[in-house]
Ligand binder design. Structure first.
Ligand code: MN
Length: 417
C-alpha cells in the first residue's frame, strides 16, 4: 500500500503513522472520556471532528464516539471501521484537508490527554501458544516432562479474570498468598517473592458469535477488531503451589495490563506472515494454511526507581506456534460464544534466540540466574518500585505501525488486618 505522507509532521519512527490509526479512549483535562485515534504525537478527537462536520461521509451514529469504551463503535462492524479509517486517512493526507483549518480544536497532544481502558472486557482468556515459552517453563516446573502430551494438539489456555484488566500506567500492588517454601510440606502466607511479567499480544473480539455455533478457523478473523499489547503479571511462587490440577488462579488474577491503543487488523494486514511448521498436523478443525501470524517486533524493559531503563527482551510475534484463527476455533468448538470486547491473549511470546525470553521466569532460570541492569543492580524477579515497559511495532517502508507502550509500576503489598 503506497500512500503519500500526511501534511502533519509524523516522524518515521512514530508508532502512529497514517497507516496505523489505532483507537483508544482518552479525556482532556476536566473533560469526559471519548473515542480518539492516535496520529503522530496527537490524538484525533472523533467527537470534535464529527461536531465540526468532518465525518459527514461516515454512515455510523456519531454518538458512539461519546462513550467511555469502544464497545458500541466496535459493534457497528467492519464496514463502519473500514469506512472511518479511509475517511481519516484522506483527512490526514489531503493537502486541501478541511481538518487543517480546525486542527487546533480536533487534535489533542497525547502528552495533554489521559488514556483510559479502551474496552469493556466481558471475558478474558489467556492462551499458552509459544512453543519456546511452554518448553522453557515446562523444564523449570517439571524437568522430566517439559511439554505436556496435549501441547502440540491443542492451543492450551485458561479463563482469566476480566475485572482486573487495567490500562497502561495503572500501578500494581504486589500480591500475597500461599507459597510452599523449598523443601517444606506445608505452605506459608507471604507477599510473592517471585513477581514476574509476561509479554503477550491480545486480540479484541469485534463481533458476537452465536451460543452453540463454533467459529471456524477460516472465518475467525471476521470476529476480530484489533490487537493490544498485554502484560500478564504473574506470581510464580503462588503459581507453583496452586496450579495443579486446574491451572493458574490467584497467581494471575490480580492484574493484567493492556496498551491504551487498539491497532486494527486492517492496519496489521501488510505484516502477516506464516507461523512455524506444525508437526504433527493438528486435527482438521484446527488446520490453517496461510500467513496468519504477524511480524511484530516486541520488547520488554524494566526501570527501577531513579534508575535507567534496561531492555531485557527482544522477540517477535511471528514465532507463535498457534495462531489466533486456531485459538478462536478451539475456544468456540464446544459452542462457547464470543462477545464484542472479549480479550483473547496469546500467552507469553518467547523466541528461539538469546535475549528473546518473554518473562523473568525463563530469563533467570526460575530465579536462579540474576540479570544485570544498566544501573548496576541485579534482578531475578521484580522489586517494589520497578516499572515494566513493553513496546511493539511492525516496520513498513519508512513508517511504523505500533502500539505505543504498556507500563506498570510495582507497589508494595496491601496492608492486611
Ligand atoms: Mn500469560
Amino acid at each position: 500500500m503506497i500512500q503519500s505522507a500526511s501534511w502533519l509532521a509524523i516522524p518515521s519512527d512514530s508508532d502512529f503513522s497514517v497507516h496505523n490509526l489505532p483507537y483508544g479512549i482518552f479525556s482532556r483535562e476536566g473533560g469526559a472520556p471519548g473515542v480518539g485515534v492516535a496520529i503522530g504525537e496527537w490524538i484525533i478527537d472523533l467527537t470534535a471532528a464529527a461536531q465540526l462536520g468532518l465525518l459527514t461521509e461516515w454512515e455510523g451514529a456519531v454518538s458512539v464516539f461519546e462513550q467511555s469504551v469502544l464497545n458500541d463503535f466496535i459493534a457497528l462492524g467492519r464496514p463502519a471501521w473500514q469506512r472511518l479509517r479511509a475517511i481519516l486517512q484522506q483527512l490526514l493526507m489531503d493537502e486541501e484537508s478541511p481538518l487543517r483549518a480546525v486542527a487546533d480544536r480536533v487534535l489533542v497532544r497525547q502528552t495533554e490527554a489521559r488514556m483510559h481502558l479502551p474496552v469493556r472486557i466481558g471475558d478474558y482468556t489467556d492462551f499458552y501458544s509459544s512453543l519456546e515459552h511452554a518448553t522453557n517453563v515446562g523444564k523449570l516446573f517439571r524437568s522430566d516432562n517439559p511439554l505436556m502430551p496435549n501441547w502440540k494438539h491443542l492451543p492450551v489456555a485458561y479463563h482469566g479474570r476480566a475485572s482486573s484488566v487495567v490500562v497502561s500506567g495503572t500501578p500494581v500492588h504486589r500480591p500475597q498468598g500461599q507459597i510452599l517454601p523449598a523443601g517444606a510440606e506445608v505452605p506459608v502466607f507471604s507477599p510473592t517473592k517471585a513477581l514476574d511479567y509476561e509479554l503477550e499480544l491480545g486480540f479484541i473480539i469485534g463481533k458476537d458469535s452465536a451460543l452453540g455455533r463454533p467459529v471456524t478457523a477460516a472465518e475467525a478473523e471476521e470476529y476480530l477488531f484489533g490487537c493490544v499489547l498485554v502484560n500478564d503479571w504473574s506470581a510464580r511462587d503462588i503459581q507453583r503451589w496452586e496450579y495443579q490440577p486446574l491451572g493458574p488462579f490467584l497467581s494471575k488474577n490480580f492484574a493484567t495490563s493492556i496498551s491504551p491503543w487498539v491497532v486494527t487488523l486492517d492496519a496489521l494486514a501488510p505484516f502477516r506472515t506464516k507461523g512455524p511448521l506444525q508437526e504433527p498436523a493438528p486435527l482438521p478443525y484446527l488446520q490453517t494454511s496461510g500467513a496468519f501470524n504477524f511480524d511484530l517486533d516486541l520488547q520488554v524493559a524494566i526501570q527501577p526507581a531513579e534508575q535507567p531503563e534496561s531492555t531485557l527482551c527482544r522477540t517477535n510475534a511471528r514465532y507463535l506456534y498457534w495462531n489466533v484463527r486456531q485459538q478462536l476455533a478451539h475456544h468456540t468448538i464446544t459452542g462457547c460464544n464470543m462477545k464484542v470486547g472479549d480479550l483473547i491473549a496469546t500467552g507469553t511470546i518467547s523466541g528461539p534466540d538469546e535475549g528473546s525470553n518473554g518473562c523473568l521466569l525463563e530469563l533467570t532460570q526460575g530465579g536462579t540466574r540474576p540479570v544485570a541492569l544498566e544501573g548496576g543492580e541485579q534482578r531475578t524477579y521484580l522489586l517494589d518500585g520497578d516499572e515494566v515497559v513493553m513496546r511493539g511495532y511492525a516496520s513498513g517502508n519508512g513508517y511504523r505501525i505500533g502500539f505505543g507502550e504498556v507500563r506498570g509500576m510495582i507497589l508494595p503489598a496491601a496492608e492486611l488486618f
